[in-house]
Design a protein around this ligand. Structure first.
Ligand code: PEP
Ligand code: MG
Length: 580
């Protein structure tokens, strides 16, 4: 007999999905496990061999750097040990046997073998040798990551049965891979509502629930699930009456979606005649199809760092240029805001993984700090963006600015990129607009200086909330403290919008708050006229804009601005949203 039960989490993408569980997991802890057909065994072995060869190559490169003095000397012994472990048949050969015997994917075969080795190390009495277990795990994980960079063929969900991914934790890089697989829904044990994992899950355009705590442990492969993203709930093994009820609700939601589609080419204007720009957030160039299909007025945020993930090399200038040009041309003259890469913290390219583990990654070398610390990488990207500016209405957006000196340094880098392009006779738009993201309280509190230097601003509320409340956006243990409606957060947003408007500079919100229809009226009341969100949210927010009279809600918004009590604030917001 199957037992029916419900799990609660944080719904990060609404909608209802009904399907069978497929367990997948993060590369470093647990890995995807699937059976491969006999015909795929050889190519799976080849995939494993090339991952091992790539790590060998990587270690050789480090050895060369060592001899040229680029890497500290103590690295030498460590590299030798890793080299020996990698070339030992217990790591480089045994997994191939497992692939053949168990007909499983290479990641799983390697993980099984690593478990065997770890157990053997645990039984060693000599403490020095026992310590080498960590090296085995590191080498194994290095190979695993290479395998993840070149994923095998995931099992395709069967046509008649929808598949729902169940994972303990997934990095944004893991999730972006699922864009090309059509899963019905998505749930993870860990993750906060605005973690990058959740944002990418949302962009898959399927219902998703994160922070379910132990779904991965409780749910068995193939069990029937209902994922209700809007109500933050997952129902495992539902009985027939519950299934019937949810099928009905699914149909109702589909009908509502179809109705919304009629708004696609309607102007976004409030009842009192205020024009609003509703733009799209994208992660990959192909996302513009969805942006255009939902009537986006432009791209308000292109998270360009996703071009750098899930690969073992870095994208060249030409490759980046092609990606940016595709978006610029595809948006046909509408603004395309390319954020320079926001790497670091939870989005680490393979190339930089050997560097130290940051003690506090969200406060570490991330976004513009990382760009300025890696000038060659930054130059390459800036040149590629500027080249694309010749083919559309491109704007450059700098993430996570905290101080004016970062703006000055970035400007110097942009000037250098322009100079080299001009020297080489490569066309670009010299007056390409440069904007900055407002994501750190310090940036709001010194916004005057930012406004004097930058052409436009965009508030990244996901990070602004994280840094204002000191709540890690990716940590489900503190997700109950992550509050977009905290009075301090609203004060900062109001201050930023007010200051930019007064200075005549465009300002947008491109964090997740922009796509929350319960917040549309409040943001309009605070003076916001430019919203950028995931394409799937555009029509719902447009519908809300069309129903809003900003003047009628002005006095309530005024009180919201002044109130300090969170409960009172929420009650006022309800009143604002209930206005006819
Ligand atoms: C934000 O912080 O709100 C934002 C839009 O950037 P990201 O979510 O990519 O950090
Ligand atoms: Mg951000």
């Amino acid at each position: 007999m199957t037992v029916s039960f419900a799990l609660h989490g944080v719904g990060v993408s609404s909608g209802i999905a009904i399907g069978r569980a497929q367990l997948v997991s993060h590369a470093t802890r647990e890995v995807a496990h699937y059976t491969i057909p006999k015909s795929q065994v050889e190519s799976e072995i080849a995939r494993f061999e090339s991952a091992v060869a790539e790590v060998q190559h990587e270690l050789e490169g480090l050895h060369t750097a060592l001899t040229s003095g680029d890497v500290p000397g103590e690295f030498g012994a460590f590299l030798d040990v890793h080299w020996m472990i990698l070339n030992d048949p217990t790591l480089s050969e045994a997994p191939k046997r497992i692939i053949v015997e168990q007909r499983c994917n290479a990641e799983w075969a390697l993980t099984l073998q690593m478990n065997v080795l770890v157990e053997q190390f645990d039984q060693i009495e000599d403490p020095y040798l026992r310590e080498r277990k960590a090296d085995v795990v590191q080498v194994g994980e290095r190979v695993l990551k290479r395998l993840m960079g070149r994923p095998g063929t995931l099992p395709s969900p069967s046509a008649e049965e929808q598949t729902i991914l169940v994972a303990h934790d997934l990095s944004p890089a893991d999730v972006i891979q699922f864009k090309h697989h059509h899963f019905a829904a998505f749930l993870t044990d860990l993750g906060g509502a605005t973690s990058h994992t959740a944002i990418v899950a949302r962009s898959l355009n399927v219902p998703a629930v994160v922070a379910t705590h132990n779904a991965r442990q409780l749910i068995r492969e193939g069990e029937m699930l209902i994922v209700d993203g809007g109500r933050h709930v997952v129902i495992v093994n539902p009985d027939r009456s519950v299934l019937g009820e949810y099928r009905l609700r699914q149909d109702e939601l589909e009908l509502a979606r179809q109705k919304l589609r009629r708004l696609r080419s309607k102007r976004a204007e409030t009842l009192d005649g205020v024009r609003v720009e509703l733009e799209a957030n994208i992660e990959l160039p192909e996302d513009i199809d969805q942006a255009n299909a939902n009537g986006a007025a432009g791209v308000g945020l292109f998270r360009s760092e996703f071009l750098f993930l899930n690969r073992n090399d870095l994208p060249s200038e030409d490759e980046q240029f092609e990606a940016y040009r595709k978006v610029a041309e595809g948006m046909q003259g509408k603004p395309v805001t390319i954020r320079t890469f926001d790497l670091g913290a939870d989005k680490q390219p393979h190339e930089f993984e050997l560097t130290r583990v940051a003690p506090n990654p969200a406060l570490g070398l991330r976004a513009v700090r990382f760009c300025l610390a890696e000038p060659r990488l930054f130059q390459t990207q800036l040149r590629a963006i500027l080249r694309a500016s010749h083919y559309g209405n491109v704007r450059i957006l700098i993430p996570m600015l905290a101080s004016v000196s970062e703006i000055d340094q970035t400007f110097a880098m942009i000037e250098r990129a322009k100079a080299t392009l001009a020297e080489q006779g490569v066309p670009f738009r010299p007056d390409t607009k440069i904007g900055g993201m407002i994501e750190i309280p310090a940036a709001v509190l010194s916004i005057g200086a930012f406004l004097r230097k930058l052409d436009f601003l965009s508030i990244g509320t996901n990070d602004l909330i994280q840094y204002t409340l000191a709540v890690d956006r990716a940590d489900e243990a503190v997700s109950h403290l992550y509050d977009p409606l905290h009075p301090a957060v609203l004060k900062l947003i109001g201050l930023a919008i007010g200051s930019a408007t007064k200075a005549g500079r465009p300002i947008a919100v491109c964090g997740e708050m922009a796509g929350e229809q319960e917040l549309t009226r409040l943001l309009l009341g605070l003076g916001l006229r430019e919203f950028s969100m995931h394409p799937s949210q555009l029509l719902t927010v447009k519908h809300r804009v069309l129903q809003t009279n900003i003047a009628a809600g002005a006095s309530i918004v005024d009180r919201i601005r002044r109130v300090d009590d969170p409960e009172r604030l929420k009650a006022l917001l309800e009143r604002l949203n209930a206005l006819a």
